[in-house]
Design a protein around this ligand. Sequence first.
Ligand SMILES: C[S@@+](CC[C@H](N)C(=O)[O-])C[C@H]1O[C@@H](n2cnc3c(N)ncnc32)[C@H](O)[C@@H]1O
Length: 397
Amino acid sequence: MKKFKYIDLFCGIGGFHQAMESLGGKCVFASDIDRDCRKTYEENYGLEPAGDITKIKAADIPAHDVLCAGFPCQAFSKAGKRLGFDDETKGTLFFDICRILEYHKPKYALLENVRNLASHDHGNTWRVIRERLKKLGYNLLPEPVIFSPHYIGVPQHRERVYIMCVRKDIGNIKPFSFNADDMVPCTIESILENDKDIPNVKDYKISPQMEELIDLWNEFLQSIKVERLPGFPIWSDRLCDLDPNEDLSQYPDWKQNFIRKNNELYVANRKFIDKWLRKARKNPLFFGAKAKLEWQAGQTKKPDIWKQIFQLRPSGIRVKVNTYFPALVAIVQTSIIGSRRRYLTPRECAHLQSFPDSFKPDEKPAQAYKQFGNSVNVECVRLFAKHMFEACNDKKK
Ligand SMILES: C[S@@+](CC[C@H](N)C(=O)[O-])C[C@H]1O[C@@H](n2cnc3c(N)ncnc32)[C@H](O)[C@@H]1O
């Protein structure tokens, strides 16, 4: 399609918008319930999105060729299972997509959702979605495609489900295949800004106390005598002898297992750990989640957190290999780049979602992080939109 009209439902800050415009699309309607997203959207694209989609009549939406939607995943009602598909989607935002598709019958629809949708409710959610879309007159692949930007050289591990729908009279979708050979290698450097070019770079730096804390954990990893670096979480309050009066059976099996492993690590390194704990406990940050470490950066002779990327998670400081970032999320937990001793900036988050540098993020970093965390990767949308547009009717050919 050379020129086409599309609508951007649950538009957020316009991940679909970026991709569709680059393919010749013109946005004729957008909607998002979140006021801050609507503001960012309007500032960037000069189009004011409407609000809550459940309150908008399909007849008030302009005609369009493509419907785009990265919709929130919700369970379908159990009652619906007895009543049939039409009723099953009622009360969910997928129902609103369906009523707009039913009214306008656009040629294409491209939907995106979290990976979990594929297996949600033992596959029932996907079954309902697929049957409903088929009933509305669309061809789609038997399974949703699961894809991540890190497959195509963008260093973010973000597995998402993409659902391509083509109106039956337009044609069939070719199966989508992506092999290990097609993988484009990633480097985190490809999305990082130069520190000297970042305005207020000090706002993104971690505190000196945090640096000391990471040095402490590095000392721990480099000093313990082990055959393999612990694959289990290190819980500093469990680096001690087992208390004979504590009944471990009160805990689930996985927790008992981690407690025992921490104890074994302690027993084998008692002298060093006692001394290290005395020092660590002097750091005011060494409590709660920061007194726990999850080393997920593989086996190496000289582990060094500063060479990796890490996140402060409720379960502990999680260290990952520096090849790609974990998925951006709408809540905090912004990744820290060890070599730069700072958090990702909003601009770097924009890069991870493949937004161009002309995009103006929300001025408040907390809002910008949230909006990029909710967004969709532009290059992934482009890939699936292009694949979907290649659908054709063999008879017509
Ligand atoms: C996963 S995000 C989609 C983000 C978008 N694809 C992007 O690139 O930024 C889902 C969006 O749905 C919006 N939303 C949730 N309920 C809604 C409703 N009833 N009407 C309109 N938008 C809604 C949320 O505010 C959120 O921005």
